[in-house]
Design a protein around this ligand. Structure first.
Ligand SMILES: CC#C[C@H]1NC(N)=Nc2cc3[nH]c(NC)nc3cc21
Ligand SMILES: [Zn+2]
Length: 370
C-alpha cells in the first residue's frame, strides 16, 4: 500500500460509509476529527479524546512551525510521540491559518510571508516548506498548501486564487515523500462558482491525490450556500477516495454534508464552545452559564454516555462555570466531543442499515425542536 487506503463499504443515496487505512491505524467514515491545534486537544488528555471514539486528530502546521517548531517536534519523536496520540493525525498546511491569524502577510507565486501572531517574527511558507514541516511532524495525512481566498470573493478573485492554489498543489505533490500509510490530500477551491470548482476538481484529479478536501467553505457563506456548493461539486469528485470538508461544523452541518457525500470533517466548535459553556445536545444547544440551569439536577443529555452526563448535574456544571473552575471546560469539552462522535456513529450505522434518510431526518427534527 503506498499512500493511504480507502475502502467504500456502503452507500445510501449519496451518503457514504467507508474506512481509511493509515500507518497509525484505520478511520471509520464518516468521521469527525477533533482539533488539536498546538499539539493538544484543549482541556483533554489524549486518552480522554480516544475514549470518545475519535480515531484521528487534526494538527496545524502554522501553530507548530511557530512554536515549538517542526524541528523540535521531530527531535522529540514526531507529533504522535510528542502529544502521546498513537492513532492517525491529519495536519493542515498553514494557508488558512496565515489568512485568519497573522497580519502583514505578503503573497507571491513562491509562497506567503507573514508575521507571527505570537511575537511578530517574520516567517516564509512555501508549498515545499509546508510539506517538509508536515513530514517532520510525521503527519499521516498531509494537506497541500493553498492560497486561502477571503470570503466573499469575486469570480475573478476566486479564479486567480484557485489557479495559484492548483500550481501550489502540483509543487506540494512534487515535494511530498511517498510512504506506505502516509497520504497527501488536495484542496478543491473556486469559491461559490461552479465552473471554477469544476476546473479545480479536474486539475487536482489530474495530479492525483490520496484524498480531496473542499476548501473555501465554513468561511461565513452560511449553510445553504455551503450545501449548494457541495451539490454541484461532489458529483464531479472521484468516488474511490475520501472527501474532507474543512472546518465543518455544527451537528446540522455534519448531517447535511454526510447526506451530500462527505466522509471527513474537522471543526473547533465542540472544543471551543465547550470551553465557553455551550453544550451540544440531541435537541440543540445548552448554555450552561444561564441561571435556569443552576438548580437543575438532570444531566446535560439523558441519552449521552459521557463522564459529564453519567456523573454530574447541569446544576453542578453551572456552578463550575460560575466559579471559573477548570473542571467546567474539561467536562463540557468531553461531552461535546463524545456527542459529536455519537452523531457520526449514528450516521455510519444508518448508512450500513440503509435507512440514512430516516435517521438523519429524525436527528435534524430533534435539533430543530430546541
Ligand atoms: C479557502 C480555503 C480553504 C481551506 N484551506 C485550508 N488549508 N484549510 C482550511 C481550514 C478551514 N477552516 C474553515 N472554517 C473554520 N474553513 C476552512 C477552509 C480551509
Ligand atoms: Zn454527555
Amino acid at each position: 500500500m503506498t499512500g493511504i487506503g480507502f475502502d467504500l463499504l456502503a452507500t445510501d443515496g449519496r451518503a457514504r460509509r467507508g474506512r481509511v487505512t493509515t500507518a497509525h491505524g484505520t478511520i471509520e467514515t464518516p468521521a469527525f476529527m477533533p482539533v488539536g491545534t498546538a499539539a493538544t486537544v484543549k482541556a483533554m488528555t489524549t486518552d480522554a479524546v480516544a475514549s470518545t471514539g475519535a480515531e484521528i486528530l487534526l494538527g496545524n502546521t502554522y501553530h507548530l512551525m511557530l512554536r515549538p517548531t517542526a524541528e523540535r517536534v521531530a527531535q522529540l519523536g514526531g507529533l504522535h510521540r510528542f502529544m502521546n496520540w498513537d492513532k492517525p493525525i491529519l495536519t493542515d498546511s498553514g494557508g488558512f491559518q496565515v489568512m485568519s491569524l497573522s497580519d502583514l502577510r505578503t503573497m507571491s507565486e513562491e509562497g506567503v510571508t507573514f508575521k507571527s501572531h505570537l511575537d511578530g517574527s517574520r516567517h516564509h511558507l512555501t508549498p515545499e516548506r509546508s510539506i517538509q514541516i508536515q513530514h517532520l511532524l510525521d503527519s499521516n495525512i498531509t494537506m497541500c498548501l493553498d492560497e486561502c481566498t477571503p470570503f466573499p470573493a469575486t469570480e475573478a478573485q476566486a479564479e486567480s486564487s484557485m489557479r495559484l492554489s492548483m500550481r501550489w498543489a502540483r509543487r506540494s505533490k512534487d515535494a511530498f515523500v511517498e510512504r506506505p500509510g502516509y497520504g497527501l490530500f488536495g484542496i478543491v477551491q473556486g469559491g461559490i462558482y461552479p465552473d471554477l470548482r469544476a476546473e479545480s476538481v479536474a486539475a487536482l484529479t489530474d495530479i492525483g491525490f490520496d484524498g480531496y478536501a473542499l476548501g473555501g467553505l465554513a468561511v461565513g457563506e452560511g449553510q445553504e450556500t455551503m450545501f449548494h456548493v457541495l451539490d454541484f461539486t461532489e458529483p464531479l469528485m472521484v468516488k474511490d477516495r475520501p472527501r474532507y470538508l474543512m472546518g465543518v461544523g455544527r451537528p446540522s452541518d455534519l448531517i447535511g454534508a454526510v447526506r451530500r457525500g462527505v466522509d471527513m470533517f474537522d471543526c473547533v466548535m465542540p472544543t471551543r464552545s465547550g470551553r465557553t459553556g455551550q453544550a451540544f445536545v440531541r435537541c440543540g444547544t445548552i448554555n450552561i452559564r444561564n441561571a435556569r440551569h443552576a438548580h437543575d439536577e438532570r444531566p446535560l443529555d439523558a441519552e449521552c454516555g459521557c463522564p459529564a452526563c453519567r456523573s454530574y448535574s447541569r446544576g453542578y456544571l453551572h456552578h463550575l462555570f460560575k466559579a471559573d473552575e477548570m473542571l467546567g471546560p474539561m467536562l463540557l469539552t468531553w461531552h461535546n466531543l463524545h456527542y459529536y462522535q455519537d452523531v457520526m456513529r449514528t450516521m455510519r450505522q444508518a448508512i450500513e442499515d440503509g435507512n440514512f434518510e430516516e435517521v438523519a431526518s429524525a436527528m435534524e427534527a430533534r435539533l430543530n425542536e430546541g
